[in-house]
Design a protein. Structure first.
Length: 394
């Protein structure tokens, strides 16, 4: 069985390493991370586009100081129109710098560090394509789920839940949509916007700095795939290791039977006569009487006229066993032979036939000797016989 245990250990360690690798890959794919700032770390190319209320005749202004390492901009909201605003959009682009829509449906949160001078309330929006309303050439027709966040002169960490944004009411009014139709998708996002809110300071120069912007989310499909793969792999491993164990156990039991059978005196005596009269008498007596359930060392002394001490000395010297150990060895070896050769015999009958009155005690001794119960031993041999090809008699 040592070869089996070596194979089992090596294969188990190998399978553990494979499992850790699959787990690592699935975990890295499940827990999604996508950096947008700094720009050089972003896998999605983008460019900043600023808009103000000058399109409606206002005088609000915005000046970008940095858009590489952070989004750093100054803005001033002028109260010259009814709805003054400024906004800076992370507009996604293709390789030719043309605007494009990207799939961010796998992400459910966006985090960043921010500070404002003076303290401010700002707007965040995801400009996303709406299948019912949006027209690609009309920016206003894009649905813009929105939320708000506060900032002050100290750096603070902000995390926004992208699944709980609210679409502005004016958009519902403009396109005659029901206010209850709040569902939106992030599979076609045109841009991510940061801008002023109606609570931003009027006619006062303000500064905003946003850094370390990152999207995060989950894709549980990789977890399900990984779990299913590991389940199949370990299931096949268990089946394989069980079959390997069965083959190894059968092989070891066969080897043990071959080693033990020469110890059965009645086989040994027919091939090799003993010169020592006492030794021959001891072995012959045990070979013929081992199946007697009443056999004992005292009875053997009376029957063959050899002292207890000499019996034990001869058995220990010649075979390495005491009387009881050798007697059990004879009985169990013969029981194993009967279990392997006689399909119709049951375990109780075999236990009685080799000298055991108690089947439970027989089962205990047999398991200690062969590493499995008589029932398992018998089933292993029956399975081996059924799997063996029929003999060719031609």
């Amino acid at each position: 069985m040592r070869q089996f245990y070596n194979k089992a250990l090596i294969s188990f360690i190998g399978l553990l390493l494979i499992s850790f690798f699959i787990g690592y890959v699935c975990a890295s794919r499940t827990f999604l991370q996508l950096s947008l700032l700094p720009a050089e770390k972003s896998p999605l190319p983008w460019q900043i586009k600023s808009r103000t209320d000058t399109e409606q005749g206002g005088d609000s202004t915005v000046v970008i100081r940095d858009d590489k390492f952070s989004l750093n901009f100054d803005f001033l909201i002028a109260s010259t129109v009814q709805y003054p605003f400024v906004t800076n959009s992370f507009t996604f682009i293709d390789r030719k710098s043309n605007p494009k829509e990207v799939d961010l449906s796998g992400f459910d949160s966006l985090s960043f560090s921010v500070k404002c001078s003076p303290a401010n309330i700002l707007t965040f929006a995801m400009v996303t394509f709406d299948e019912k309303i949006t027209k690609p050439d009309d920016l206003v027709s894009y649905r813009s789920p929105t939320t708000y966040f506060s900032c002050n002169e100290n750096w603070a960490q902000v995390e926004l839940d992208l699944t709980r944004l609210e679409t502005p009411q004016w958009w519902f009014d403009m396109y005659k949509m029901q206010l209850s139709d709040k569902a939106y998708k992030l599979d076609k996002v045109q841009s991510i916007n940061f801008g002023s809110s109606w609570q931003s300071h009027m006619n006062q120069l303000s500064n905003v700095q946003i850094a370390g912007m990152r999207l995060a989310g989950y894709n549980w499909n990789y977890t399900y795939w990984g779990a299913a793969s590991l389940l199949v792999i370990w299931l096949f491993y268990i089946i394989w290791i069980f079959k390997l164990y069965t083959r190894s156990l059968i092989g070891e039991l066969q080897d043990k039977l071959q080693r033990d059978r020469p110890l059965v005196a009645y086989q040994q005596l027919s091939l090799e006569p003993h010169r020592d009269k006492d030794k021959s008498a001891i072995l012959r007596f045990m070979a013929t009487e081992y199946a007697n359930p009443e056999l004992s060392l005292d009875g053997m002394v009376t029957s063959i006229g050899v002292s207890r001490t000499k019996i034990n000395d001869i058995l220990k010297t010649e075979l390495g066993y005491t009387f009881i150990t050798y007697l059990n060895k004879l009985r169990l070896t013969e029981a194993a032979r009967l279990l392997a050769d006689k399909e119709e015999a049951n375990i109780a009958e075999i236990a009685y036939s080799v000298g055991y009155k108690n089947v439970s005690y027989f089962n205990k001794l047999f398991k200690e000797e062969y590493g499995c119960t008589p029932k398992t031993f018998k089933s292993l041999y029956e399975g081996k016989t059924q799997q063996s090809p029929p003999a060719n008699n031609t």
